[in-house]
Design a protein around this ligand. Structure first.
Ligand SMILES: CCCCCCCC/C=C\CCCCCCCC(=O)N[C@@H](CC(C)C)C(=O)O
Ligand code: ZN
Ligand code: ZN
Length: 530
């Protein structure tokens, strides 16, 4: 071949060879571009998603009682059920909240034992059982928590426990996390059982914990124990707080995405410490304990844990699902992730919230060292809070930390009392009736959104419910613009008034739909029916 190409007098052949050398790659490139463009042009919502979209619209609970419901929600927000740490809960506020729930929803708290029973667990948590008529149907669990994180009152523009309504929003600690769900579930339940008088086929449970913000060991953990002791072994699905309906969270996507947490990152508290020599600060050693640990922490930040983004990642599906709802440029990217996955992954790593979904995060949160200005301390300890990506084990993370620090003087130790392994991934495809039930209920109330799976980046009470079901989902029916994220556990937490109506609607729809699954198939309509 070479001889043929380089032979004398073969100008034409050389032209052909050159043409092949340049032309072939150009042709391949053109074919590639064309294939990507075709993918982008032809991308559309998959049929099974489309079929879940409701044929009608409008709120189901559109009665005159909304103002009353809103008033009760504001009253719930005014009770400062603050959890500071596991030994420091506001017990008088918890007591007040208990009385408040019992008087606000009298029909749920006694006198209707044929329909509903309520057990107070660990003094302040609640477990409701709504008995269904068909024992062959596996029950499900709705969970929420009634405690809130503390506030820095002087940083708020509103009184965090006044629940001020400015026309569009209600501002209060707990409005978003998580009292809207506590009140929304109970309002929907009261309406479902006593206003609509629905005949319940599928048994379900409502578990409301009182210490989620400080571990959930007295609340959700005990609720799980009570359920277990009652002989409840399996749940069809579990739904707790988690992701929400997000706007401006995904690059190139203007449409709100209802992100359902189908897994949850693990949790690890790691101490990084050194035991060295102390001495007079006038004759400091070359490397002090503080210096050694500072270097270790600095290396942990400079060399973050590996990131994961490939076709087996939940986030890959998040973006594939987002493709039909994206601008054309992002349609091109999200429908051709096989080609663009590295670019996308790098873009994800640029922002703290998206980076948290693709890697184990490393947050140095505490630093202890020294006790006097002229004494070089012999010990220094930094504490690192890792949120462990489901593709790693806690052991992997520790090994990586040790390797990155690369200093045998530094001890890297896991707090074995507090770690939580990453949660398994719950089904989220067309073959999961439970995911579809949830997606359908979301779309009935938020028809302008699309539903996609995600990996929950913080921890929730679902850790105590994992043994009950392989279908554990983390989603709250609230709207959050990514710009509002600092309000979460931060200042001026708020919820839109209209969103609270949707919250109650959502839980009601879910109760109605869950009552139908397996009892009667969900209505599925063809595309042209809409
Ligand atoms: C492509 C995805 C973009 C991701 C954007 C992230 C948006 C986040 C939206 C909602 C998150 C709401 C989280 C509310 C739950 C927080 C739970 C929590 O704080 N748990 C504590 C528990 C601890 C035991 C005290 C925690 O530190 O994790
Ligand atoms: Zn919460
Ligand atoms: Zn919280």
């Amino acid at each position: 071949m070479l001889a043929w190409l380089t032979a004398r007098g073969t100008k034409r052949r050389r032209w052909i060879a050159c043409g092949l050398g340049v032309g072939l790659p150009v042709l391949v490139l053109l074919a590639l571009v064309l294939a990507c463009l075709i993918n982008a042009w032809s991308v559309s919502e998959p049929d099974w998603h489309y079929q879940l979209r409701p044929s009608g619209s409008g709120h189901l609970i559109n009665d005159s009682l909304f103002e009353e419901r809103l008033g009760r929600f504001q009253a719930a927000l005014r009770i400062p059920t603050i959890s500071v740490d596991a030994r420091n809960l506001n017990e008088s506020a918890l007591e007040e909240f208990k009385n408040f729930l019992q008087t606000s929803f009298p029909r749920l708290h006694g006198g209707n034992e044929d329909k509903i029973t309520c057990e107070v667990v660990s003094n302040y948590s609640f477990l409701y059982e709504i008995k269904g008529s068909d024992e062959s149907l596996t029950p499900y669990l709705l969970a929420a928590h009634l405690d809130v994180v503390p506030v820095e009152e002087d940083k708020w523009n509103y009184d965090p426990f006044e629940a001020m309504k400015d026309g569009e929003y209600i501002y209060a600690r707990g409005a978003f996390d998580d009292k809207h769900a506590v009140m929304g579930i109970l309002e929907a339940l009261d309406y479902f059982l006593f206003t609509k008088n629905e005949s319940v086929k599928r048994t379900f449970y409502v578990g409301i914990g009182h210490d989620e913000e400080v571990s959930g060991r007295q609340g959700a953990a005990k609720i799980a124990e009570v359920l277990h002791n009652r002989g409840v072994k399996t749940m069809d699905f579990v739904l707790d707080e988690g992701f929400v309906v997000l706007t401006n969270a995904l690059p190139g996507v203007q449409v709100p995405v209802a992100l359902v947490g189908v897994s949850e990152k693990g949790y690890a508290e790691v101490s990084v410490s050194v035991d060295g020599v102390s001495g007079h600060s006038s004759m400091p050693p070359k490397e002090s304990a503080i210096g050694i640990i500072s270097k270790a922490v600095s290396r942990l930040e400079a060399y973050p844990q590996p990131h994961f983004f490939d076709s087996s990642s939940v986030e890959y599906t998040t973006l594939e699902t987002a493709a039909p709802h994206s601008s054309f440029l992002y349609k091109l990217i999200y429908s051709n992730l096989w080609l663009f996955k590295n670019i996308v992954s790098n873009q994800f790593l640029e922002s703290a919230s998206t980076a948290a979904t693709v890697r184990t995060t490393t947050a140095p949160t505490l630093f202890n060292a020294g006790y006097k200005i002229n004494v070089v301390p012999s010990t220094a300890t930094a504490y690192i809070n890792h949120r462990v990506h489901p593709k790693q084990t806690i052991e992997d993370v520790l090994e990586y930390d040790r390797e990155v620090i690369g200093d045998s003087r530094v001890n890297v130790t896991l707090n074995t009392d507090t770690y939580i392994r990453p949660h398994p991934i719950s089904p989220y495809g067309p073959d999961s009736p439970q995911y579809k039930l949830l997606a359908r209920s979301i779309l009935e109330v938020f028809p302008q959104s699309f539903v996609a799976p995600g990996t929950m980046i913080a921890t929730t009470d679902t850790k105590y419910y994992l043994n009950f079901s392989k279908n554990v989902y983390r989603f709250a029916p609230t709207f959050l613009d990514i710009e509002d994220m600092p309000r979460l556990h931060g200042h001026d937490e708020r919820i839109r008034v209209e969103n609270y109506r949707e919250v109650v609607d959502f839980f009601f729809r879910l109760m109605v739909n869950a009552n139908q699954v397996n009892a009667r198939p969900l209505h599925v309509h063809a595309r042209n029916e809409l």
